[in-house]
Design a protein around this ligand. Structure first.
Ligand SMILES: [Zn+2]
Length: 180
């Protein structure tokens, strides 16, 4: 298991990668690599997740040079880089403020961990060339690796929503970017 000092050094040196969930958050909230490095180098543990025996993780709080506060949940598992499980600015609406009792029954297909937190996510679907965005989809985010999982019921509801007679709540133009 890594020490906080090792995690600080890895974050500060740019030796980190992201779960899909953290990747989406960093892009959506415009959190730069430099901000993560700056905040990561001085981050302190504000919450430990000791129930996670196999892959201990912790919630860190760090401050960027511009004074932006960032919360990171990172894995303390021995590995060459630090995995950022999720990242966000402290916000009363974020799940950090929700009670622990919301941890749900879960079985992660990626890492085998059995605790997750509920969260509302947005997804873009490609329907034979037509893109549709569905917001506020209930999902479970693995506490250990950040993998996002959706229930059978939710999946069926979303499928019916986008293929049925429901009307979209709004239509917005979408800028499309592609990696070269
Ligand atoms: Zn997992």
């Amino acid at each position: 298991m890594k020490t906080l000092r090792q995690v600080q050094q890895e974050l500060g040196a740019g030796q980190f990668d992201f779960s899909r969930h953290a990747f989406r958050r960093a892009v959506e909230r415009n959190i730069s690599e430099q901000e993560i490095r700056d905040a990561g180098a001085n981050a302190e543990v504000i919450e430990n997740y000791p129930q996670d025996k196999y892959s201990p993780s912790g919630l860190l709080l760090g401050i960027t040079r511009a004074g932006r506060a960032l919360h990171f949940q990172v894995s303390f598992t021995e590995s060459e880089t630090t995995r950022i499980i999720t990242i966000y600015e402290p916000d009363p609406n974020e799940w950090i403020e929700k009670p622990k009792a919301e941890v749900a029954m879960f079985d992660c297909h990626v890492c085998g961990h059995n605790a997750a937190k509920p969260e509302l996510v947005s997804e873009v679907f490609n329907l034979e060339g037509r893109r549709v965005l569905v917001e506020n989809i209930p999902a479970l985010v693995c506490e250990r690796c950040g993998e996002v999982a959706f229930s059978r019921e939710t999946t069926e509801q979303v499928r019916q929503l986008v293929h049925g007679t429901a009307r979209p709540v709004k239509t917005v133009p979408m800028d499309v970017f592609a990696m070269a």
